[in-house]
Design a binder for this molecule. Structure first.
Ligand code: UTP
Length: 293
């Protein structure tokens, strides 16, 4: 049994890197093959044993709410037409756990978005899962589940990490720490936001999944506005580290940041290749394309 039952999924951001697609459509609703990104995230939460999800949404994000609500008209229509497979697929979406929505009034950054979850979460440890990021694990155990298992052992906040080329660390929050086990667990001693590659303590960066002790909320209240005039989650994490142990988990698997165009295109191709019904056609087409380039 896990003590972690709740997850906050921030999904209110403007998504400027995907404009114009995100002008009137939430980036979290952008499809990867045939499912919006956010559905992959919710499925990961549910498979991890999370039973209570709070999604932070903003202006223009109503489509997210509707996606997870029932659509009786569509269900009736599919039933009438005998489209039973499709009916099953859409009914399953509305049964994905207990999802609540809160509106972030002003988009003051990721740290601010998480603050909106305080009353919902209360005094419990909780997960944070970015709504525009898909994580795939090598062994099939959801990464959030793996983080939860580490939490159970250490009772300390733990953050998913991915390795990136050293020259790219300046785009991310970077961990400094020492490895404490063969399974990719690190004891963290610093978090540095977007360092110059020569100043970075490692090339292990924050990968969009976190488990926090509830004390992080107090720190999110007191930190000043940071980079880009936003409340930065990394600033609160740095403060938490002064009071509590924190761990980083370099998971085995892959991260897909669907919020940038190149990753979005690559993710669609890769996930398309994984679908048995498209695999051989897509492979043949990619080979043909590669030869003609
Ligand atoms: P990003 O850093 O990707 O920001 O947010 P963004 O605004 O969504 O996208 P760009 O950079 O303009 O293209 C990381 C996560 O935090 C959420 C986003 O929805 C995303 O899941 N977020 C960000 C909020 O919920 N509120 C905010 O104020 C900012």
């Amino acid at each position: 049994m896990s003590t972690i039952k709740k997850a906050i999924i921030p999904a209110a951001g403007f998504g400027t890197r995907l404009l114009p697609a995100t002008k009137s459509q939430p980036k979290e609703m952008i499809p990867i093959v045939d499912k919006p990104v956010i559905q992959y995230v919710i499925e990961e939460a549910v498979e991890s044993g999370i039973t209570d999800i709070l999604m932070i949404i903003g202006k223009g994000k109503r489509a997210i709410e509707e996606h997870f609500d029932r659509n009786f008209e569509l269900e009736y229509n599919l039933q009438q037409k005998g489209k039973i497979e499709e009916l099953k697929v859409i009914q399953e979406i509305s049964q994905l756990g207990n999802i609540h929505f809160v509106w972030q009034k002003e988009l003051n950054g990721l740290g601010d978005a998480i603050r909106y979850g305080r009353f919902h979460v209360g005094n419990e440890p909780f997960a944070v899962m970015l709504g525009d990021t898909i994580l795939e694990s090598e062994d099939g155990t959801p990464i959030t589940r793996q983080l939860m298992d580490h939490y159970e052992k250490y009772q300390s906040s733990v953050v998913a990490l991915e390795e990136v080329p050293q020259e790219l660390v300046s785009r991310y929050g970077v961990m400094g720490g020492r490895q404490i086990s063969d399974n990719g667990l690190y004891k963290v001693d610093q978090w540095i936001e977007k360092p110059h590659p020569s100043d970075a303590p490692s090339n292990l960066v924050i990968a969009g999944r976190y488990i926090f002790n509830p004390e992080i909320f107090n720190l999110l209240e007191i930190i000043p506005t940071g980079v880009n005039n936003e409340i930065q989650l990394t600033d609160a994490m740095r403060l938490l580290l002064k009071d509590q142990d924190m761990y980083g988990y370099h998971f085995k698997g892959q991260r897909f940041d669907v919020g940038n165009k190149l990753d979005f295109i690559k993710t669609n191709l890769l996930f398309g290749l994984k679908r048995p019904e498209y695999q051989s056609d897509l492979q043949a087409w990619i080979r043909e394309l590669a030869e003609s380039l």
